[in-house]
Design a protein around this ligand. Sequence first.
Ligand code: GN1
Ligand code: MG
Length: 365
Amino acid sequence: MDNLVTVADQFKPQGKVVAVEEYGNGNVNDTFLVTLDSTKEKHFILQRINTQVFRRPELVMLNMRTFSEHVRQRLQRAPLSPGRRWEVVRVLLAKDGEDHWIDHEGSFWRAISFIDGSQSFDTIEDIDHAEEVGFALGMFHNLLSDLPSEKLADTLEGFHVTPRYLQHYEEVLAQNRPSKSLEVDYGLHFIKERRAWASVLEDAKGQGRLRLRSIHGDPKVNNVMIDNATGQAISIVDLDTVKPGLVHYDIGDCLRSGCNPLGEETEEWERVHFDPELCQAILQGYLSLAKDFLTENDYEYLYDAIRLISFELGLRFFTDYLEGNVYFKANHQEHNLARALVQFKLTESIESKEKAIQFIIREMR
Ligand code: GN1
Ligand code: MG
């Protein structure tokens, strides 16, 4: 705690640090909520970036700056309709004026403003919440639709490029003999059966059917901030993976997260399912802002995106389990196996509901 106060002190805009508590349930970085004894800004977010994952954290910070500057100008030029509030989190500078601080152990720390009067949820609360989550992603893509993706650095090479995850999976499998269990067998078999299809988005990109844009990279439900007073979405946080990519990665990620009512951490993996009604609401919210920039080809690959990003996350968790939990933080040895099974079950459910999902997409075009 003493240590954390020292770190927080580097960034505090004013007042005295009175508490530093762990915050949220990020799988990669370490996140803390700092409380100050000040009447102005009472809280801010303090994070230690996992530099095993983000090898060049200074580029993550650079992207955040490019992103916020773009959005700030956009909102100044074309303000939102009255009654809609949209917040962009601010990077807080350290005492030395830098956007990060490196401690004596070499850890990379940064601080971000906290959006007062808002909260996020791990799963969708109701249909209105679903629509707001979709709206938030639509707003995000809309605000970034005129930021050429070349302006952003690639801070995580291969992120959401499914064939690369498959390749890594095979390398890990060749080196580590997995312990035998029904669950592991299920996973091995599950991946094998979907191998050939897993390059669907990358192939479409290679053929020029889908193009790179500026994306969020991680628009899951608990990254969407909801205004406590109005219930409206007012921000998407966690900007570490803002970078060039396919909007399909984002749409797929938002839907795999939002349409799984049991949530990605459930232990009841056998009961996991995809809820088409929530899918309809999220897409409705999304398309209310995204219709203008989605092409015919973009629509063609929406179903695949939903199925693929669920499968891909399962594959990523499963590989990490086999590798000994080196990427995602795990509370116990089998945690990433359990998480993988949740995503595989979700993928299965998406596959069994393909007709209904395709119908929803068609109706909304
Ligand atoms: C990781 O760390 P967190 O929770 O923000 C991961 C995402 C996954 C997510 C699953 C950089 O995000 O891709 O979808 O876990 N982020 C990275 O909860 O790999
Ligand atoms: Mg994240």
